[in-house]
Structure formats: C-alpha cells, structure tokens
Design a protein. Structure first.
Length: 180
C-alpha cells in the first residue's frame, strides 16, 4: 500500500478533513491531496508533520508502506471516496512517482464544468482516456471531441493546446493512461 493511501485511510478513520490536516501540518490542501492520491511524495519532515496531524507516527506509516506494489486495483466502489480540493478535480494514481518508469495511469474525478490542462513537461507522449462515468470534451489542437460514457480516445499529447472539460452537471470519472 502506498503512503498516500495510508494517510487517507487514517485521516478518514479519524473523520478529519483535508483542510484541517493540511493546516495542522503547515502544507496546502492541494499538496496533501496530491500526497494522498500518490501524485507527489512528502519529504520526511512533511511526513512527520502529516503523521502528527492524523495521530500516526511517520515511522509507522513507512513500515506499513514498505515494499513496492506490483499490482494496484482501484474499485468502482472507491470512486466516491475522493476528497476533491478547490481545483475541482482529483487524481488517484495507480503507482507512486518512484514506481513509474514507462507509463503513468490514474483515475480522474472531475467535477461538473471543470477544465483540467495537459500534463506539463511531456515530449512526444501518448495518452489514452476512457470515460467511465459522465461525459467530457477533449480539446486537442484545433479539435474539440465530445466523449460520452464508454468512449475512448488515444492521442499524442499537445502541450500547447490540450485540455479536458467535464461538460455536464454530473461528476465525470475517467481512466487516464500516458507515456512518460
């Protein structure tokens, strides 16, 4: 299990919000969300502060997270378990940054009428998105492609003109895969 998943588990078990833990740890709510979703890894000092905020020693968190996952499953029943920060979207990575070599993958939870940009610092990368729930619009170069539940798109990343927009009144859930 990843350290971020453990932090989320203990935070929710104690019924603490992202905001309250972030404030007590002296970090932003967005950074804590990234840590919990295995998008970013905290420094040892920050992990110690997060641990103190959720009432778990950093060493205990590290011991529980010991070992590299070779298989990760995100169940449909977990889609509603995301805390979405002020940005309007959350990213649940399958593997933490240190365990990604060739490709990256995530479940994206995008609130209605929210637009998310392309990944930064990508050169010649390919991406696949599959709409699992809801609908969205993919803006790619000069194209605008509407995607409904079950639709899939595979494309070369366009770092200058690419974004995804959740277009309906319901939260969209998307499987995203991209090369590094």
């Amino acid at each position: 299990m990843h350290i971020g998943s453990l932090i989320r588990h203990y935070r929710k078990k104690k019924k603490l919000t992202l905001r309250s833990v972030a404030e007590e740890a002296g970090i932003s709510e967005g950074f804590l969300s990234q840590v919990e979703n295995n998008v970013n890894s905290p420094s040892v000092d920050t992990l110690t502060k997060i641990g103190a905020a959720i009432g778990v020693r950093a060493g205990d968190l590290l011991n529980q997270a010991d070992g590299q996952d070779r298989l990760v499953v995100i169940r449909k029943s977990e889609w509603g378990d995301f805390d979405i920060p002020h940005t309007g979207f959350a990213t649940q990575r399958f593997f933490s940054p240190e365990n990604r070599a060739v490709m990256d993958s995530a479940i994206l939870i995008i609130q209605p009428e929210v637009t998310i940009p392309v990944r930064k610092h990508i050169k010649n990368g390919q991406e696949v998105i599959c709409v699992l729930k809801g609908s969205l619009t993919l803006f790619h170069g000069e194209q605008q492609i509407d995607l409904e539940e079950g639709d899939t798109a595979h494309f070369w990343a366009d770092t200058k003109k690419q974004s995804i927009h959740s277009k309906n009144k319901e939260t969209a859930v998307v499987l995203w895969v991209g090369t590094l």
